[in-house]
Design a binder for this molecule. Structure first.
Ligand SMILES: [Fe+2]
Length: 385
């Protein structure tokens, strides 16, 4: 995140002596991204963060592709993805390309006996259902319905849910996830026309510092394999850190919509960016106020990006027969637009309660085997009159 954060105890100067109460040294770790060029944080551990005891096993979790080259519009019934006890097993890849994988998950249990680290990708977790706490080696974040959790690659975490009724929409991104640059000044501060500001971005609090030796199972995802590694000390043993690289939360309910006299294009809804896809938030808002405006979108041809919409709540104005948890995929190469009757229906309406998350990828998405199990094979004909 492009602003400075500090938690716990740190020495006055980096790379200098920092002693524990018993007189021995804390172990410093620079935790950076993009070599030494990207965001980084400077951590101080009770124990060496390098003490691997065993690498016990690995499993391949690469998405299994059902359709590699797709030009068909689809609707997927996201809530048909079955709940699973285990958090990692619950993560079901639906759409994927070289840059990102879009997953659905309905985990029932917290990550009780392992820690998890994704070494391949930043993770964006949208909480559709569920409350709980994301626990990381850089501090904890409470979450609830409507939160985006942004977990940069390499953050070690556990996730605790309060109940068994949880629904997550996840994007794993091999490109770093940032907030849109055009909303930041040259110092990184969010500008006045940004739909959210620093107050809306929740940074980690409650640093857990465990001085504990033993056998600690860490599952590390790297190159689409999950390795089981046993560490000799508790992975949450940081006494303090500072820097710019940390997990954070932003609620979709804190996204302030930008509206106009006539229909505003999707970039006004943009919430996150990478160099391979964007993420937008469609939130309840007043409609366009030109006396002759048509609030529903016009047909548009996203010739070079695939559009994925995840429907969260409310009545989605441009679509017929769309429910919570549905995903629509409008692939690059063909135009899409409002369903028959939607444009007429929207005229004269003053506001919408729709809530949705959109992911537009710049490379085509492939459909997984699990996607086909929840796919509506007739959706592409739903514009026929
Ligand atoms: Fe669209």
């Amino acid at each position: 995140m492009p602003f400075y954060h500090k938690l716990g105890k740190i020495p006055h100067k980096r790379h200098t002596i920092f002693k524990k109460p018993d007189g021995s040294l804390y172990y410093e770790q620079l935790f950076g991204t993009i070599g030494f060029d990207g965001m980084s944080s400077n951590l101080y551990h009770v124990y060496r963060p390098t003490q691997v005891k065993e690498i016990s096993s690995k499993i391949n979790v690469a998405p299994q592709i059902a359709t590699a080259n797709n030009i068909k519009s689809y609707r997927f019934h996201g809530f048909k993805v079955k709940p699973e006890n285990d958090y990692l097993k619950s993560r079901t890849p639906i759409l994927t390309n070289a840059d990102c994988t879009i997953e659905l998950a309905a985990p029932k249990k917290s990550t009780a006996n392992y820690f998890y680290k994704n070494a391949d990708a930043d993770e964006l977790i949208f909480i559709h259902k569920g409350t709980g706490k994301l626990r990381t080696h850089l501090g904890n974040l409470d979450f609830k319905y409507g939160d985006y959790l942004v977990i940069p690659r390499g953050i070690i975490y556990k996730i605790d849910f309060e109940t068994e009724d949880n629904r997550l929409f996840i994007v794993e991104s091999r490109r770093p996830i940032y907030t849109p640059k055009r909303y930041r000044n040259w110092f990184g501060q969010l500008l006045e026309h940004s739909p959210f500001c620093e107050r809306d971005i929740r940074r980690p609090y409650e640093l857990e510092t465990n001085d504990e030796k033993g056998d600690f199972l860490m599952k590390i995802k790297k190159q689409n394999e999950v390795f089981d590694m046993i560490y000799a000390t508790h992975p949450f043993d940081v006494v303090g850190y500072d820097g710019f690289n940390y997990p954070y939360a932003l609620s979709i309910h804190d996204f302030e919509p930008i509206t106009g006299r006539i229909h505003q294009p999707p970039p006004v809804h943009q919430t996150f960016e990478t160099d391979a896809f964007v993420v937008c938030s469609f939130v309840p808002r007043l409609y366009d106020y030109h006396p002759e405006s048509i609030p529903a979108p016009y047909n548009h041809s996203n010739i070079d990006s695939d559009e994925v919409l995840y429907y969260v709540d409310g009545d989605f104005m441009s679509r017929n027969d769309i429910e919570k948890g549905h995903i629509s995929l409008h692939p690059a190469g063909i135009p899409h637009g409002p369903h028959p009757g939607a444009a007429e229906r929207s005229i004269g309406k003053t506001k919408t309660e729709e809530l949705a998350v959109m992911v537009d990828t710049f490379k085509p998405l492939q459909l997984t085997k699990q996607a086909m199990e929840i796919a509506d094979e007739t959706y592409h004909k739903s514009w026929l009159e």
